[in-house]
Design a protein around this ligand. Structure first.
Ligand SMILES: Cc1cc2nc3c(=O)[nH]c(=O)nc-3n(C[C@H](O)[C@H](O)[C@H](O)COP(=O)(O)OP(=O)(O)OC[C@H]3O[C@@H](n4cnc5c(N)ncnc54)[C@H](O)[C@@H]3O)c2cc1C
Length: 286
């Protein structure tokens, strides 16, 4: 079996596949989406990922960073990663430009529970860059509308300037999704909601809470209050899934950097069912 054939890490998970940057889209201040071509034809043919998984981007001489897959090109042969400038790896990546080459290993991690979403209403809730790991799940649902119930997307960002993927919201709405957006701080011309994301959960239509799946990704505090709002609306804890991003190094459960109670976020997560991690949610990042 080819290492990258089924959304699981390579047989040798330390092996980085060569990639070349084929496109860069500036999204919001400090955030860009990189379109990457796997340059080995066989790896490119066989590489598969599932919504919610991530790759380790390897910049030789600099280091590695875990970055979620935010999608793929229509042709399917190019991977998208949406990256915020943080430290060494992300700044070096930004310095490469179109045509730049580096390495990628993966995919790693647990995916969003697409099987459980089938036949149910789905609420995707994101804060800031958290919309990036949710985008492949949103695309999967909108590409197979008969297989899922109503999709609602609730999204919050610091200001209107920080709204990620704003150009696709009209398409999402046209394809049947309810899209509600809020900002912490308004700017001149903004007509939408102002306030935190959990308020959108408090106010949304939720006709069948017991049969609704919540997929949540964002800062810890946002996830905590969003979960609490969902529980208050009658959504069962086992229908709530959160994406826990923690500092990690190896991505294969060996180094222990991302250990979280009995779980290793890199291999048991990053997508975890809320009731499994609820007792540990007060633990700070290492
Ligand atoms: C499963 C998973 C998925 C992820 N997905 C994404 C994603 O899709 N997109 C994304 O952008 N990130 C994502 N991250 C986060 C990303 O892995 C980290 O931000 C990573 O540390 C970036 O690597 P770096 O070498 O650029 O930064 P590092 O050098 O590792 O810096 C790490 C921290 O130090 C701070 N820091 C470093 N240098 C400076 C400096 N000079 N001044 C001030 N602060 C500094 C950064 O703010 C950051 O908080 C994900 C993480 C995980 C675990």
């Amino acid at each position: 079996m080819n290492p990258a054939s089924c959304g699981t890490p390579a047989a040798n998970p330390w092996l980085a596949f060569p990639v070349q940057i084929t496109g860069i889209t500036d999204e919001t201040p400090g955030v860009s989406t990189y379109e990457l071509q796997l340059t080995d034809a066989e790896v490119a043919r066989n590489y598969r990922f599932q919504p919610g998984q991530f790759n380790m981007l390897y910049l030789p001489g600099v280091g590695e960073a875990a970055i979620s897959l935010s999608g793929q090109s229509e042709s399917g042969d190019r991977l998208r990663h949406t990256v915020r400038l943080a430290g060494n790896v992300t700044h070096s990546l930004a310095g490469l430009g179109v045509g730049g080459r580096f390495g990628l290993r993966g995919p790693f991690g647990t995916p969003w529970p697409m099987e459980e979403c089938r036949g149910r209403d789905v609420v995707a809730v994101a804060g800031g860059l958290g919309l990036a790991p949710l985008r492949p799940a949103i695309d999967a649902i909108l590409n197979a509308p008969d297989e899922y119930g109503q999709l609602t997307i609730l999204y919050g960002a610091r200001t209107p300037e920080h709204l990620l993927f704003e150009q696709v919201y009209p398409d999402w709405r046209q394809n049947g999704a309810v899209v509600n957006v809020t900002v912490d701080r308004s700017l001149p011309g903004w007509q939408g909601h102002v306030g935190v994301v959990p308020l959108l959960v408090d106010r949304m239509q939720l006709p069948d809470p017991e049969n609704t799946v919540f997929l949540i990704c964002g800062p810890d505090v946002m996830m905590k209050y969003t979960v609490s709002s969902a529980l208050n609306r009658g959504v069962p804890a086992e229908r709530i899934w959160i994406n826990m991003e923690r500092n990690m190094n190896c991505a294969v459960g060996l180094c222990g950097h991302c250990q979280y109670g009995p779980e290793f976020i890199c291999k048991d997560g990053p997508v975890l069912r809320y009731d499994r991690v609820q007792p540990m949610l007060r633990v700070e990042d290492l």
